[in-house]
Write a protein that binds this ligand. Structure first.
Ligand SMILES: Cc1cc2nc3c(=O)[nH]c(=O)nc-3n(C[C@H](O)[C@H](O)[C@H](O)COP(=O)(O)O)c2cc1C
Length: 206
């Protein structure tokens, strides 16, 4: 008889396979397309799918950065740490290839906006520019840097201070219309997805 379930002891899997398995299960993940500037003022842009909102008041988001192949900090983390600011750009389907392009291990000091042919738009309250073509962008102040114990990752938490939304995405209730937004999300392997069926459920009144 074939077992209906497979169970994997993470300690025996090896970290790379465990990571691959987990990221094929935790889907779809929103993607933070993080823009920062270096201390020298060079813009940087890279995607992070270990990303989410973590508090509502003050409005706080986080992304988690591991290290480069040589063990040094990724540029987004280094810049956020040094300048205290970052933008979370959110990409729609049409931007998926450009977003993926910016995940290349470009050297510190390479402007990924130029690499991906993305126009950089000045932010309003912070120095890092944002992606002009991004339908949504969150200007953030770094509020906390938290090493993930035992790992090579650091969580960057930031307070959202300004939210930009392309006007045509706003529905009559002032919120974003999901269908028109068409955000791109990360799956496992090299897979991405867009939204599937959308439905509503009222919260239980207890
Ligand atoms: C869709 C996508 C999501 C990614 N998510 C993460 C992540 O959550 N954490 C991470 O450390 N790297 C992640 N990466 C890899 C980084 O984007 C990559 O290492 C990049 O070179 C980092 O750039 P930076 O050094 O300019 O910050 C992701 C790559 C892609 C394509």
């Amino acid at each position: 008889m074939v077992d209906a379930e497979a169970s994997f002891d993470v300690a025996k899997l090896g970290s790379k396979d465990a990571y691959k398995l987990l990221t094929s299960a935790l889907i779809p993940r929103p993607i933070a397309w993080v823009s920062t500037v270096s201390r020298e003022g060079i813009p940087n842009l890279a995607p992070y799918s270990f990303f989410n909102a973590v508090a509502s008041d003050p409005l706080t988001v986080m992304f988690s950065a591991s290290v480069k192949a040589d063990g040094s900090p990724k540029d987004s983390l280094k810049n956020a740490q040094e300048t205290g600011e970052f933008v979370i750009n959110l990409a729609d389907e049409g931007l998926a290839e450009a977003l993926n392009h910016t995940s290349g291990a470009w050297a510190h000091g390479v402007d990924e906006f130029a690499q991906a042919r993305m126009t950089a738009l000045p932010s309003t309250l912070i120095r890092p520019p944002r992606v002009e073509a991004a339908p949504v962008a969150l200007e953030c102040h770094v509020s906390q840097l938290t090493p993930v114990i035992g790992s090579d990752s650091t969580m960057v938490l930031g307070q959202v201070v300004l939210i930009h939304i392309r006007r045509d995405l706003l529905a009559a209730d002032g919120l974003i219309d999901a269908q028109r937004y068409c955000p791109v999300a990360r799956l496992g392997r090299d897979e991405y997805s867009t939204l599937g069926r959308i439905f509503s459920l009222a919260r239980p009144k207890v």
